[in-house]
Design a protein around this ligand. Structure first.
Ligand code: GLC
Length: 713
């Protein structure tokens, strides 16, 4: 180990020296160009599908670096030659509670980026899901910073294992898309540190991402990209981040000098006036040349870290497809099952819902992936030997093909950002009645997608629209009248209202945005070939207005003022289950909730509180009749110590391997002692309260399997 460490230090120092040696020879104009993105028209013709590049300086041995999105896999161009794997969205991946899986997906995405000679994959998104209407929640992991950080860190490690850089984004507090380039996010220092920065902190400290992307929004009155205190003060100086900071694609507004001084090293996508600003600023003294030298060195160091000495080989997309299907299976959350699942083999299914025939694999925007194929639910059912009602299938397929809005948001560009969803199709009661007569069961898929740059809405999005409500009502009524069952599959970009309808079907499987293999994965789960093992990493309230942030979010699409020009995070640290548990509010489904086809018992809890960490181990036994995996959460209730505290906070989690009936596994987790501290704003420091810490190990935050405790000091 010591020898490796010494070698790493030598390599790192060499990188810094050579970076410095290279940049010392550059002129002011060359340095200015080095830190500003390369104009697209100068890209080499090889792959116009790349999102952005840095300017090459072959005379100094500085290569161009290619950057591409996104958070669900590699986003290239529309050309047939540019196909990559669409993986489950981060909101799905987080529901697996499996960091090893997150690393595997990252590694698979990084492998494809390497194959296409992409040096930086602009992922993962690690912002907190403060409110379910945020248009980019599907690109983020959770309402909780520990799940966010641990899953994000594992993803980073996976991607970077290929020599491809990541860009952990969007630093920080980019939690709404309405007016995203200008909204002033007003958040307390305690909530900033305990909730909104913690995920980034875990990523930086546990997986050393080679880049971080700074966000568009303002933070407490200062443009985030000009915020020296958070970028240089916290990210670099407190956490020890040694990579490159790039701006998010800030064309509309920028103060070049302030962005450089704050700690940004690379202006993306880059525009001419930024080069001029830098040259002018250095010459008139408003830009410190040392800031520019630092930025140049970090661009060169990034190139040294992620430049490929040999061209990539076209990736084998079958590898990604297998990982995508596995991840989709392990990320889906079984929410209801009243004696319906797993389905018997064969049989005949009445398949309703446009999404059953036109699955939403990934969300829109920079996360959109142009993949080679998408596995559809109806096709996967037939491939597995189920007869799908031909009349319904013909009707839906005609609708999808005829009315399909192949309209693309930016059809002029060679890079797709997806398309709007077709509205749900109305089905007559007569047709439902006929289907109930001639099929064994019904399956309904409901879908949602969303996009960067815009937030979701309540009517017809968070709440079901009338067509969807009538479809569920009619299908359940008419199939139940014949003693037949109904399963609803959710193909959604974020949570929706469920309380008003969740008791009508016999089963509900939430598959989220499951990636390109979603249809096959959903059928694997419905058939019992795979046992659902996902758990919610976001709470589902009874109603939107139960949320602490409900009114402090642009839910009504304001045109100016509150929630558009500025948004106040009045709930402070009480985000998601931290609020619902503390207020003891009823939920449709709590954080950590998810059913299985088997059951698990917990035993042998061991808690050892040391000075630097708390070690927790517990034995999980499969007490049911089929093999399965269990996600275990460790929640801590801390003594107040002069500060208000949430009732419970997730501090560690683990996922078992697949346990056969009767098989046990002891899972071991560690809670860094520093994570037990709260941020005391009055003292401007972290404080750990003395006293009794309660600890609960459970499948979810409301149903403890075991409660214990330890004395903290
Ligand atoms: C977008 C997004 C960012 C993405 C970048 C490049 O505006 O905010 O996530 O990586 O631009 O497409």
């Amino acid at each position: 180990m010591k020898k490796d460490l010494i070698l790493c230090i030598i390599v790192f120092c060499a990188a810094c020296i050579t970076a410095g040696a290279q940049t010392d020879r550059m002129s002011l104009e060359e340095k200015a160009k080095c830190v500003v993105g390369w104009k697209r028209e100068f890209f080499p013709d090889t792959n116009k599908g790349v999102c952005a590049r840095t300017v090459p300086f072959p005379e100094y041995g500085i290569p161009t670096i290619a950057l591409a999105d996104g958070t669900s896999g590699l986003r290239l161009s529309r050309r047939e030659s540019d196909r990559s794997t669409a993986f489950p969205a981060n909101i799905a991946l987080a529901s697996s509670w499996d960091t090893a899986l997150s690393r595997e997906v990252g590694a698979a995405a990084g492998y494809e980026a390497r194959g296409y000679n992409i040096n930086v994959l602009l992922a993962p998104g690690v912002n907190i899901m403060r409110n379910p209407l945020c248009g980019r929640n599907f690109e983020y992991f959770s309402e909780d910073p520990v799940i966010t950080g641990k899953m994000g860190a594992a993803y980073v490690a996976g991607v970077q294992s290929n020599g491809v850089a990541t860009s952990v984004k969007h630093f920080s507090c980019n939690n709404q898309e309405t007016n995203r380039s200008h909204v002033n996010t007003m958040v307390s220092e305690r909530a900033l540190r305990e909730i909104y920065l913690r995920g980034f902190e875990i990523c930086v400290k546990e997986s050393s991402p080679w880049t971080v992307m700074t966000s568009y929004n303002d933070l407490n009155g200062v443009p985030m990209q000009e915020n020296w205190r958070v970028i240089s003060g916290i990210l670099r100086n407190e956490w020890g981040f040694d990579g490159l900071c790039m701006t998010d694609w800030s064309i509309s507004k920028h103060n070049t000098a302030a962005q450089l001084h704050a700690g940004n090293d690379l202006y993306m996508p880059g525009c001419d006036d930024q080069v001029e600003d830098i040259i002018k600023g250095v010459n008139d003294g408003t830009i410190d040349i040392e800031d520019l030298n630092r930025a140049c060195r970090n661009v060169v160091k990034l190139g040294q870290r992620c430049y490929f000495t040999t061209p990539g080989q076209a990736p084998d997309l079958n590898l990604g497809a297998a990982v995508s299907r596995k991840a989709a299976c392990e990320s889906a959350v079984l929410l209801e099952n009243r004696g319906m699942l797993p389905l018997p083999a064969g049989g005949s299914a009445a398949v309703f819902g446009v999404r059953s025939y036109d699955l939403v694999a990934t969300g829109n925007g920079s996360a959109y992936v142009t993949c080679a194929h998408i596995s559809q639910i109806n096709e996967a059912l037939k491939e597995a030997g189920t007869a799908v009602d031909a009349k319904l299938e013909d009707l839906y397929k005609k609708y999808v093909s005829f009315a399909r809005a192949d309209f693309d948001y930016n059809e002029k560009s060679d890079i797709s950002i997806g398309k709007p969803l077709l509205p749900e199709l109305e089905i007559s009661r007569k047709l439902v009645e006929a289907a109930a007569e001639s099929n064994d069961y019904a399956l309904i898929t409901l879908g949602r997608t969303s996009n960067e740059g815009e937030d979701r809405v309540l009517e017809g999005d968070y709440y079901l629209n009338d067509t969807e409500k009538n479809l569920i009502k009619d299908v359940c009524e008419l199939f139940h009248a014949k003693g037949k069952k109904v399963v609803v599959v959710l193909n959604i970009c974020g949570i929706i209202e469920m309380q008003s309808w969740k008791d009508m079907p016999d089963a509900i499987l939430n598959a989220w945005l499951p990636g390109q293999e979603g249809g096959a994965a959903i059928c694997d789960l419905l058939s019992g070939r795979k046992n659902p093992c996902g758990k919610l990493a976001v709470s589902i309230p009874v109603d939107y207005f139960d949320l602490p942030s409900a009114y402090d979010f642009p839910y009504d699409q304001p045109k100016q003022g509150r929630n558009r020009d500025f948004t106040e995070y009045k709930e402070g640290i009480y985000v998601g289950y931290r609020y619902f548990c503390t207020k003891d509010l009823k939920l449709s489904y709590p954080f950590g909730y998810g059913l299985s086809y088997t059951t698990f018992d917990y035993s042998g809890l061991r808690v050892k509180a040391g000075s630097s960490k708390v070690s927790v181990s517990v034995t999980v036994t499969n007490s049911g009749s089929v093999a399965g995996k269990e996600a275990v959460g460790v929640y801590v209730s801390a003594p107040a110590g002069g500060l208000d505290k949430p009732a419970w906070e997730l501090k560690a989690f683990a996922k078992t391997g697949e346990l056969q009936p009767g098989e046990s596994e002891t899972v071991r987790m560690e809670i860094p002692a520093s994570w037990l501290a709260s941020y005391d704003e009055a003292a401007a420091t972290w404080k750990r309260a003395r006293g009794k810490y309660k600890l609960r190990i459970g499948p979810d935050v409301t149903s403890p399997a075991i409660v214990s405790g330890f004395n903290g000091k």
